[in-house]
Design a protein around this ligand. Structure first.
Ligand code: NCD
Length: 305
C-alpha cells in the first residue's frame, strides 16, 4: 500500500515516472481521450482546512479517470471531528468506504497518524506548515515543462518561507538534480529556520539568503512567490506587520530575465501586483492547470496502474 505523505519519500525514478505519466495525462485530456482506469474506485476527499485548487483538482482528476468522489469540505465542522472523534477512528472509517483518501489538515503529521491505522492509501494534501507533496510534484512538472529541465537552474523563493509547506515539498525533489542554486528572500520574521539552511550547507547545496527581490531578480530562472500564511499566525497584529513587505511589482518585470518564470502555488493575495498576470512569464495559472495532470498521475501511481 502506497501512502503519499511527504515529497522526500520519492526517489528520482519515482518522480520521473510520475512526471512522464502526468505528460501522458495532459495529452489524453487535451485530446479528450482519457482512459477510464479508475472505474469502480471511490476517492474520498477530507479537507479540514480550506482549499480551492487542491481539492477540486484532486476531485476532477478522479472523475476524469472514471472514479467516483465522496467529499467532506470544511471537515472540521462537517465531520465527526466536530463531535470529538479521534483522527485514527476517522481514518479507519474512511478506509471502510473509499479506495483512497485525500486529506488536508491544519496540524503537521496528522496524515501520517491516519496512515498508521488506515487500510487504504492516504494522500497528504497539506498538513500544517509541514508538507504538500502533490504540490511539490506539480511544481516540478511546471518547471520541467516551462524550462525543459530540472537541473542547472537559479531558483528563488520569496515571501513566507517560515510557514510554506509548498517550499518544503519542492526542495527534496529539486535536490535530486545537479547544479541548482537557491535564493531565499523573505522578511526576517518569515525566514527559513536555520536548521534547514544548515542542512543545505552540509549537503553542499549552494544557496543565498537575500533581503530584497531587486537583488535577485536579474539572476533567476524561477521566481517562486508565496503567500504570507495568515492562518499560521497566533497574533493578527504580527500578521499585519509582515503581510505587505514583499510585493512583486509590474515594474520589477524589466529586470527579470526574458526566459524566467514566475510561479506561485496560489491563492495570491497582495504579494503579486495584478498587472504581472498579463506578463507571459507569469506561469502560475498554467501551474494550477498542471495540478490536474499531476494528480491524475498520482492516483495511478498509488494504485500501481
Ligand atoms: C498552498 C497551500 O495550501 O499550501 N495552496 C495550494 O495548495 N495551492 C499555498 C497557500 O495556501 O498559500
Amino acid at each position: 500500500m502506497k501512502h503519499i505523505l511527504s515529497a522526500s519519500q520519492f526517489t528520482k525514478e519515482d518522480l520521473e515516472n510520475i512526471l512522464s505519466r502526468a505528460e501522458e495525462m495532459e495529452e489524453q485530456c487535451k485530446s479528450g481521450k482519457v482512459k477510464k482506469l479508475l472505474i469502480d474506485k471511490i476517492v474520498a476527499c477530507m479537507f479540514f482546512e480550506p482549499s480551492t485548487r487542491t481539492r477540486l483538482s484532486f476531485e476532477t482528476a478522479a472523475i476524469r479517470l472514471g472514479a467516483q468522489v465522496i467529499s467532506a469540505e470544511n471537515a472540521m465542522e462537517n465531520s465527526s471531528a466536530y463531535k470529538g472523534e479521534s483522527i485514527e477512528d476517522t481514518s479507519k472509517i474512511l478506509s471502510c468506504y473509499a479506495d483512497v483518501v485525500v486529506v488536508r489538515h491544519p496540524k503537521a503529521q496528522v496524515v501520517d497518524q491516519m496512515a498508521k491505522v488506515a487500510f487504504v492509501p492516504m494522500i497528504n494534501a497539506g498538513d500544517g506548515a509541514n508538507q504538500h507533496p502533490s504540490q511539490g510534484l506539480l511544481d516540478l512538472y511546471t518547471i520541467k515543462k516551462e524550462h525543459g529541465r530540472l537541473n542547472n537552474l537559479q531558483i528563488a523563493f520569496g515571501g513566507d518561507l517560515l510557514n510554506s509547506r509548498t517550499l518544503r515539498s519542492m526542495m527534496p525533489l529539486l535536490r535530486l538534480y545537479e547544479g541548482n542554486t537557491f535564493y531565499f528572500v523573505s522578511p526576517k520574521e518569515l525566514s527559513l529556520p536555520v536548521e534547514y539552511l544548515n542542512e543545505l550547507t552540509s549537503a553542499g547545496i549552494p544557496f543565498k539568503e537575500a533581503q530584497s527581490l531587486e537583488e535577485i531578480l536579474p539572476l533567476v530562472d524561477v521566481l517562486y512567490m508565496t503567500r504570507v500564511q495568515k492562518e499560521r499566525f497566533a497574533d493578527g497584529n504580527e500578521y499585519d506587520k509582515v503581510k505587505d513587505l514583499f510585493i512583486l511589482k509590474h515594474d520589477h518585470m524589466k529586470t527579470l530575465k526574458k526566459e524566467a518564470i514566475i510561479m506561485h502555488p496560489l491563492p495570491k493575495i497582495n504579494e503579486i501586483e495584478a498587472e504581472v498576470d498579463n506578463d507571459p512569464r507569469a506561469a502560475y495559472f498554467r501551474q494550477a492547470q498542471n495540478g490536474l495532470y499531476v494528480r491524475m498521475a498520482l492516483f495511478l501511481y498509488v494504485f500501481g496502474l
